[in-house]
Write a protein that binds this ligand. Sequence first.
Ligand code: PMV
Length: 306
Amino acid sequence: MSTASAPGKIILFGEHAVVYNRPAIAIPVAQVKATVKVESRTGPVQIDAPDISRRYALEDAGPEDPIATMVRQTCARLGAPPKDFTVRIESTIPVARGLGSGAAVSVALGRALASFLGRDLTPQEICDLAFEIEKLHHGTPSGIDNTVIAFERPVYFVKGQTSESFRVAQPLTFAIADTGVASPTKDVVGDVRRALDSDRSRFEALFDRVGALARAARTAIEFGDIDALGPLMIENQRLARSMGISSIEIDNLTHAAMRAGARGAKLSGAGRGGNVIALVDARTHGKVERALMDAGAVRVIVTRLE
Ligand code: PMV
C-alpha cells in the first residue's frame, strides 16, 4: 500500500491576469490537504472518493473524468498497466473554493501511484501530469495551481516559463476565510475571457496593473517590507472588483478583515465566491479571525509563510 498527500494553495497576487501571461504569486497551504491511498487488489482498478460520494471502476470513466485521466496518464508515463490496484481519495480541501483541491488530488495521486509502482517521478513530472488534468477542471489553466502544489514552495509564476521561488525575508501570516460559496474556476475564467473579448483595451490595462502588483509584492516579500504588502493586496482586490470577479460575500469579508485590523485583504483564486485572504500579524490575527466568522465566513484557516 502507498499513501501520499498534497497541500492546498492560495494565490497572493495576480489571479486571472496570470492566464494572460502576467506574473502571479502563490503559496502552499499545509493546513488542508488531499490524501491518496493506492492498494493492491487483483482485477480492474476501482476508484473510491467518499468526500464527493463517488465509487466507480476506472474502465467506466470517460476521458473527461479528472481522477481517472490522472490514473491513466500516470500509469502510461510510468509504463505500467492500470490494473490490480484500488485508489482511495480523501481531502480536507473544499471543492471550488480557490484552494486548489483539483490540483492537490492530481498531485497526491501522481505521488501515491509512483510510490506504489516503485518508481520515481520528479516534482516537475508530477506538475506536468497535473497540468493536463487542470485543463479538464479549468479549460485554459495558467498552470499556477499544479506548480505551487507539486513543488510545495512559494512561486512567482509566469505562464509558460520556469517558475521561480523567492526569499521570504519576514514571516507572513494570512487568515483564509471561506465565503461558503462554491465558484467553479472554469465558469469565472470563461466570464473574464468574454469580458476581455468585449473590451480588450480595458482588460489588458487591468491585467497589466495586476501584473505590476505581483512584481512589486515579490520585491516587498524579498525585502521584508510588510508595510508595503497590505496596500498592494487592497489594490489587487480593487482591480478584481473592476474585472467583475468579486461578490457581496467577498466584499463583506474583506471589509470585515480590514475593520478588525488586517493590513490588507483580497479574494484568492477565481473569485465570485471561494476564499478571501487577509494579511494579519500576531497582534491582530485573533481579532481578524473572529471578525471574519462574525461577517459570515464558514471557516477560517490561519497559515504562515516563513
Ligand atoms: O483554482 P483557482 O480558483 O485558484 O483559480 C486559479 C487562478 C486563475 O487565475 C483564476 C485561473 C488560472 O488558471 O490561473
